[in-house]
Design a protein around this ligand. Structure first.
Ligand SMILES: Cc1cc2nc3c(=O)[nH]c(=O)nc-3n(C[C@H](O)[C@H](O)[C@H](O)COP(=O)(O)OP(=O)(O)OC[C@H]3O[C@@H](n4cnc5c(N)ncnc54)[C@H](O)[C@@H]3O)c2cc1C
Length: 466
């Protein structure tokens, strides 16, 4: 009998418990699996609220299609019919610049132009900035394989304007991170690979797209996939599979090594003996539990920096938003050069169908992150006031919202600073010194849902043997 304890009931912990059950059945191995989640609710950062015909996401609203584990998991759980593509072919993301909203030219893939004419005619980048971006085609590739910041990478290949106006705002919108500190190897390894392979990002992306088209893969119909009933459908489907093995409202207070494995001290009471522990709590929580077992590992885990953020969702009547000066956009991102208190803004009801009644809009403002972390800790009414003031100033949407929903995420966003992958490699090596211990979740090799699922599956495969 193998006893497996999973600590943390976010997407990583749930995916781990689900896979452990499946692997036990497949391998015919008898296993006891227990998942412990401190909160009464499962899902961690995945938090959906339904009210008055609105489907409001307080945390993630989707996952990226480029990484397969999100789509695969949904299909495996029978949620294939609920997959909801983002409407990014219809609506375009904009950049806030000097108080105005400018569209990203057609054909941009992350920070790189793949279509020449829309790029050349776009007012987003100055003529000099465009010439500098063109140098990407001739500049030699970097020899060193050492990590560097996303800012250093983009500035080196495409120039400062490309960083300030394109890559920086988009990337810090995704990772709520500071591009000057963010590791390019941990967040956009494909950029490094394209430079290494093709000597140029622009050439590399064009070749990769051509190859994908020739293989019949083509471009996916959307960049992101949400779930029709809301992202918590994924949590509910996993929770249904895990069943009574998931113990909500039970925190693991201490972890002790025993002759046979581990003993977990539970709050509000009791203990659990395990041969394997999959630690899928945030790195700082994992550090507390591992301090007595491996102080050096605990110190390294505490070294993973987290920043706080908040989302404010607001419901408006469609007619009130008719005159917004963004030409029916998808939302906008904010460069650090702009004196704005928002990190990014999304028309949720345009990004995904079915988020609001037909005559209403649902919008979402992002506040905090590494740029304005002090704001994320403000009381809810201040967050709503900031969101409303910025929406009124930038979009001229001054109507009273019909409803608001605020989600605060203190220490909610792990930051992958330069050198992160090397440090994670070292943490994994130290973790391997404690037989039966496995780390999983957003702190290590990817913050997005697909990467969290992947890390959970790898942890379970280490238990059962891949
Ligand atoms: C506002 C926001 C928007 C995001 N948007 C997207 C997006 O659109 N797409 C995307 O892919 N990703 C997005 N992300 C990132 C993604 O949602 C998270 O990285 C992911 O959900 C984290 O999952 P996890 O299981 O690693 O951690 P968590 O969800 O943090 O779960 C960890 C769990 O461990 C529990 N725990 C901690 N300590 C203990 C203990 N001692 N005992 C028991 N339980 C404990 C916690 O209560 C928590 O529930 C977003 C994140 C945020 C904050």
């Amino acid at each position: 009998m193998t006893r497996i304890a999973v600590i943390g009931g976010g997407i990583a912990g749930l995916a781990a418990a689900h896979r452990a059950r499946r692997r036990a059945t497949e391998t015919g191995r008898s296993a006891t699996i227990a998942l412990f989640e401190r909160d009464p609710r499962l899902g961690g950062k995945i938090l959906t609220t339904r009210a008055g015909g609105f489907i409001v996401e307080g945390g993630p609203d989707s996952f990226i299609n480029q990484k397969p584990h999100g789509l695969q998991m949904c299909r495996e759980l029978g949620l294939g019919g609920d997959l909801l593509p983002s409407n990014d072919a219809t609506y375009k993301t904009r950049l806030l610049r000097k108080g105005r909203l400018l569209a990203y030219p057609e054909g941009f893939r992350l920070a790189v132009p793949t279509k020449i004419w829309p790029f050349v005619t776009s007012p987003l980048i100055s003529p000099l900035g465009k010439l500098r971006m063109g140098l990407d085609l001739v500049l030699p590739a970097r020899r060193s394989t050492a990590d560097e910041s996303l800012a250093a990478f983009i500035t080196r290949r495409l120039g400062r304007e490309a960083l300030d106006r394109i890559a920086g705002p988009i990337m810090s919108g995704i990772f709520v991170a500071d591009p000057e500190r963010m590791s390019v190897l941990s967040t956009f390894p494909m950029f490094v690979e394209l430079e290494r392979k093709y000597g140029s990002l622009t050439r590399g992306i064009r070749i990769a797209r051509r190859k994908a088209a020739a293989n019949g893969a083509g471009a996916p119909s959307s960049v992101f996939t949400g779930l029709r009933p809301g992202m918590d459908a994924l949590v509910d489907a996993l929770a249904a599979r895990v069943g009574a093995d998931a113990r909500r409202g039970v925190a693991v207070r201490a972890l002790r090594r025993t002759a046979g494995g581990f003993e977990l001290t539970l709050d509000p009471g009791g203990a659990f003996a395990a041969d394997h522990v999959i630690l899928a709590a945030p790195a700082y929580a994992a550090a507390e539990l591992l301090e007595p077992l491996h102080p050096a590992l605990a110190t390294a885990l505490r070294g993973i920096r987290y920043v706080s953020s908040a989302t404010v969702s607001l419901a408006f009547r469609r007619e009130d938003a008719a005159d917004c000066p963004d030409g029916g956009g998808f939302g906008f991102v904010v460069p650090r050069t702009e004196p704005a208190q928002l990190l990014a803004f999304t028309w949720s009801s345009r990004k995904f169908d079915g988020r609001a009644p037909d005559d209403r809009h649902l919008v979402r403002a992002f506040i905090g992150g590494s740029r304005h972390e002090e704001l994320a800790g403000l009381p809810e009414e201040d967050l709503v006031r900031i969101a409303r003031a910025e929406i009124a100033r930038i979009l001229r949407l001054r109507a009273e919202p019909e409803a608001v929903w605020v989600s605060r995420w203190p220490k909610g966003n792990p930051q992958f600073d330069v050198g992160h992958l090397d440090r994670v490699g070292e943490m994994e090596r130290m973790a391997s010194e404690i037989p039966g211990l496995h780390l999983a979740g957003s702190a290590y090799r990817g913050v997005g849902i697909p990467d969290c699922i992947k890390s959970a599956q790898a942890a379970v495969d280490a238990v059962f043997g891949a």
